[in-house]
Design a protein around this ligand. Structure first.
Ligand code: HEC
Length: 249
């Protein structure tokens, strides 16, 4: 009994190694695309656009157009036993080998490959790779982002602590570290004011404004400029609004 159990585990493990995504047996182009993928695949950001462009016309929410009685827009439908192919599954979360979707998108056989060649839709190597990674990571479906309550993310720890002025910097620095890049030195005051001015008003700063900012050596000099430009914007908006309102009186 024990031996049978053990050999089953060994067989499953061998299958796992053959078809595990740390080292998946994928065609070269897809393998290359796979290596460039983000660490965590997200349904809304990466997967839904592909399914909706390349699969939903035949496997989406519109029941009258559904082919092979397969719908992929909801997890309970995509994970259910296939109606046209009993005993098999379009998506088995975490199991590439048992996911017909994976076999279908990797196939070279025109009678098997998805999307159907007659549809003139095609998946790129990147799209195939990301669908595969998503299934390998558990094929997590997510609600539309607008229905997901925002959650405070974990703030990454970074080496260049002295460059952190607020927690947003941690995210930027962490990404630079993974890309082996160094942050640029802080820009000159003139450039900072120019950027801020364009961001908040759409206009460049005047020479007098630049001079007053460069001469302002107080710690909160930049914040003062933010307040000034924000107020300027309100004044402009108010002016426009009252102009418009005046037209109606
Ligand atoms: C233009 C229509 C069309 C598009 C687009 C399309 N399919 Fe299909 N699909 C079919 C038809 C028709 C079948 C049934 C015939 C067959 O099994 O080949 C099918 C079958 C399947 C099956 C097997 C179902 C079973 O019961 O065995 C899977 C899995 C599948 N499609 C996945 C996809 C995926 C993933 C996409 C997008 C990347 C896609 N299809 C795009 C028409 C389409």
């Amino acid at each position: 009994m024990h031996m049978r159990h053990l050999s089953l585990i060994i067989v499953i493990n061998i299958l796992g190694v053959l078809f595990s995504c740390k080292d998946p047996i994928l065609p070269k182009l897809i393998q290359e695309a796979y290596e460039k993928l983000p660490e965590k695949v997200d349904f809304n950001q990466h997967i839904k656009p592909i399914l909706s462009d390349k699969c939903f016309i035949c496997h989406g929410p519109d029941k009258s157009k559904v082919k092979a009685a397969l719908q992929l827009h909801l997890p309970e439908l995509a994970f259910a036993e296939l109606k046209s192919t009993p005993g098999k599954f379009a998506i088995k979360p975490g199991n590439l080998h048992q996911s017909q979707l994976v076999h279908r998108i990797l196939s070279d056989d025109p009678d098997v490959v998805m999307p159907e060649p007659e549809s003139h839709l095609k998946l790129s190597a990147h799209e195939k790779a990301i669908l595969i990674k998503w299934i390998d990571q558990g094929a997590v479906y997510k609600d539309h982002w607008a229905f997901i309550a925002p959650q405070e993310p974990q703030i990454p720890i970074v080496k260049l602590k002295e460059k952190v002025a607020n927690p947003i910097d941690n995210f930027i620095l962490a990404r630079l570290e993974t890309e082996n890049l160094q942050p640029n030195p802080k820009a000159d005051k003139e450039i900072l004011l120019r950027r801020l001015s364009f961001d908040l008003t759409g206009l460049p700063p005047s020479p007098e404004e630049i001079e007053s900012f460069t001469n302002d050596t107080l710690a909160k000099a930049y914040e003062k400029q933010v307040d000034r430009l924000r107020d300027f914007r309100h004044v402009e908006v108010d002016k426009n609004l009252s102009l418009k309102l005046n037209c109606f009186v």
